[in-house]
Design a protein around this ligand. Structure first.
Ligand SMILES: [Zn+2]
Length: 291
């Protein structure tokens, strides 16, 4: 009886605390869902690619900024994680569903870092739907860089052109997490060949990332996280698609028949989409696998 009473009091106290906390925190956007992956590391899901948030002692590191127009909602979700300012933003590639908020975060006072290849894609004239053109980054790097906020570190790597010509893989060594951008996809991946992407480059980039010590991956799309084992299985699927494509070309398959000749039902992928069969993409894929 006494135990039950104590339990009831404790529960009431907990509910009060939760009520106070809820009243004080800004209401998170209904379109976005926040997931705590490890202490101090969160993924905000929805409205474009996954956004990673790493909490340092005096500020935040954010990876990817979602679709154009999504800035206010994303900031609401980030403020519900921590009231600290966003000091560093890293953009994994130029596509609008990852780069949509570059300009707004810069206006808010954050430094936005990207690979130099991302800037090159923007200079080349990348324009997403509704004529949206992402803003230029504040800083670029070539092969590797590091951003630090209040004891939290993110190492940036551009091993090779993969999903695009300006990809960045973001590695958080102290929490053993790799944010892969769209080089890693829990659904069917795609390669933006007209903007510098390469399937063979992606294979190499993922192989180099494999040397890093991580146990969790944040893919660009399709899931909030992948385990190391799921990442290895994903790498194997990329290897399989390349091997099957090369074998089909060797056997005389013409360009028009290449995607149909690459068996992917056992991989759970669908290549019969414009992300693979648009001529500007297929031409480069065929040339790459013919070498
Ligand atoms: Zn993309």
């Amino acid at each position: 009886m006494k135990k039950m009473l104590m339990g009831a009091v404790a529960t009431a106290a907990l509910m009060m605390t939760a009520g106070v906390a809820m009243a004080q925190a800004p209401a998170p956007s209904t379109a976005l869902t926040t997931h705590e992956i490890k202490p101090g590391f969160y993924v905000v899901e929805g409205n474009g690619g996954n956004t990673s948030v790493r909490v340092g002692k005096d500020g935040l590191i954010v990876v990817d900024t979602k679709n154009p127009g999504g800035h206010d909602d994303l900031v609401k979700s980030i403020k519900a994680i921590s009231p600290l300012p966003v000091k560093e933003v890293v953009i994994t590639h130029h596509h609008a569903d990852h780069a949509g908020g570059i300009g707004e975060f810069e206006k808010d006072g954050a430094t936005v870092t990207t690979n130099v290849g991302l800037k090159a894609q923007l200079d080349k004239g990348y324009t997403a739907a509704n004529n949206f053109k992402p803003s230029q980054p504040s800083k670029t790097y070539d092969k590797t860089a590091e951003v630090k906020v209040g004891g939290a570190s993110a190492k940036l790597y551009h091993f090779d052109p993969g999903h695009t010509g300006g990809d960045t893989l973001v590695y958080f060594p102290d929490v053993k997490i790799l944010a892969g951008g769209d080089e890693v996809n829990a659904g069917t991946p795609n390669i933006d060949f007209p903007f510098g992407g390469s399937l063979l480059g992606l294979q190499d980039s993922l192989a180099q990332a494999d040397k890093l010590d991580f146990d969790t991956v944040v893919p660009g799309h399709g899931a909030v996280t992948m385990t190391r084992a799921e990442y290895e299985a994903y790498r194997k699927k990329i290897d399989t698609v390349i091997a099957r494509g090369r074998a089909a070309i060797k056997a005389g398959t013409p360009k028009e028949g290449l995607l149909a000749a690459i068996k992917t039902d056992d991989l759970g992928w669908n290549l019969a989409t414009p992300q693979w069969n648009a001529p500007a993409r297929l031409d480069v894929l065929y040339a790459e696998l013919s070498k």
